[in-house]
Design a binder for this molecule. Structure first.
Ligand SMILES: O=C(O)CCC(=O)C(=O)O
Ligand SMILES: [Fe+2]
Length: 368
């Protein structure tokens, strides 16, 4: 890590959980504070952010030093409390909002844990519904009752996404608005808030491997309370590194790029493969929750390289077929099983033999 990180945050509930093991090697991610990014002299933070998005596609964003960030942390804790209550509901109450009843993607989905007893569950909530850009899909009353919280959280996360996109636009020497104009608030956009839960479960290497994925939107903001997220150690050249845990840092979120950013920048930016393994050390055996804000370009945006700056100069192929897909189509194809596998920053989807029997409830192909 580039600088010392606080191990305690007064705004989060991490201290109520067993600590992440101190002796485990973890992946070293840069830390770029929201306050610095939004300051009048952000150039150092911008340089770090751009490098992280090119090299590894992941970074920590400490939120506590800005008003916006503190609001997001408080809202995330409120949503975390709610998701624990929601997932504790009886299965039949949750299944009412399943993909067969509501929507193939923006719905409640689950797959069995390796022990065949517990569930890995994900409830994907379409943000346009809370912002009244689209007619809302049916959702559980517990969700409807906190609509103002969800709307506020979404708008705050979008401010973060805009800051990140603004920096990337500038760093790539693109015309102003080249990326931001593809993420408008007043037109349909596939952003969603994911509530995620997996019951305590035994390690199952095959299942962990089958959960390896890239996110398919533009920018992901991830809130974790327990360890489990892993990305590969960075090696020089093409060597494949070891899977390492990303340590949750109280008061910081993990930000990563999705496939759309790779496609829009002709492969200059990176959406990195990641996965979720059982929580390590004293955290093992606890139910694990995560809360994710997935942002996407507007539905009708073709995922082709934007014009100008470094992208024009890149001259790289990002799609081996040359086929143009819109952001909405890409979500459908990646999430519902058409393009199974991992999108590589070198272009195209790398096939993974993700058996239908063991999908995982995440931002990736799923059968349940
Ligand atoms: O739960 C996590 O830590 C990561 C989840 C994830 O990568 C996803 O849902 O796309
Ligand atoms: Fe992911």
């Amino acid at each position: 890590m580039s600088r010392s990180m606080p191990t305690m945050s007064s705004l989060t509930t991490h201290h109520l959980l067993p600590p992440f093991p101190s002796d485990l090697s973890t992946v070293s991610l840069d830390s770029i504070s929201l306050d610095e990014l939004q300051s009048s002299n952000p150039s150092q933070a911008e340089t770090k952010l751009f490098a992280a998005c090119q090299d590894i596609g992941f970074f920590y964003l400490p939120l506590e030093d800005s008003e916006l960030g503190r609001n997001i942390l408080r809202e995330a804790e409120d949503l975390h409390a709610l998701q624990q209550r929601f997932f504790a509901l009886p299965s039949h109450a949750k299944d009412e909002y399943g993909r067969d009843k509501v929507d193939p993607f923006f719905s409640y989905r689950w797959t069995p844990c390796p022990d065949g007893v517990g569930r890995r569950e994900m409830y994907s909530l379409r943000v346009d519904d809370f912002l009244r850009v689209r007619q809302p899909l049916p959702r559980h009353p517990m969700i409807s009752s906190i609509e103002p919280l969800l709307a506020s959280f979404a708008l705050h996360c979008r401010q973060v996404v805009q800051s990140v996109l603004g920096v990337l636009e500038k760093s790539l020497a693109l015309p102003a608005g080249a990326l931001l104009a593809l993420h408008r608030d007043d037109a349909a956009r596939g952003d969603f808030i994911a509530l995620q839960h997996r019951a305590s479960e035994p390690a199952d290497e095959l299942m962990i491997q089958n959960g390896e994925h890239t996110d398919f939107g533009s920018i992901t903001i991830l809130f974790n309370w327990l360890g489990g997220l892993q990305i590969r150690e960075q090696t020089n050249g093409d060597g494949i590194g070891e899977w390492l845990y990303v340590k949750p840092i109280p008061g910081s979120v993990v930000v990563n790029l999705g496939d759309s950013m790779v496609k829009l920048t002709a492969g200059l930016l990176r959406s990195n493969i990641h996965r979720v393994a059982p929580s390590p050390g004293l955290q093992a055996g606890l139910p694990r929750y995560s809360l994710v804000y997935f942002s996407h370009p507007n539905d009708d945006v073709p995922l082709t390289p934007v014009k100008g700056g470094l992208v024009d100069a890149a001259q790289r192929e990002t799609d081996e077929t040359g086929e143009v897909v819109t952001a909405a189509d890409w979500t459908v194809r990646r999430s519902l099983g058409d393009l199974r596998g991992v999108y590589t920053y070198k272009g195209g989807v790398e096939w993974r033999d993700n058996s239908d029997a063991v999908p995982a409830p995440s931002n990736r192909p799923i059968a349940a």
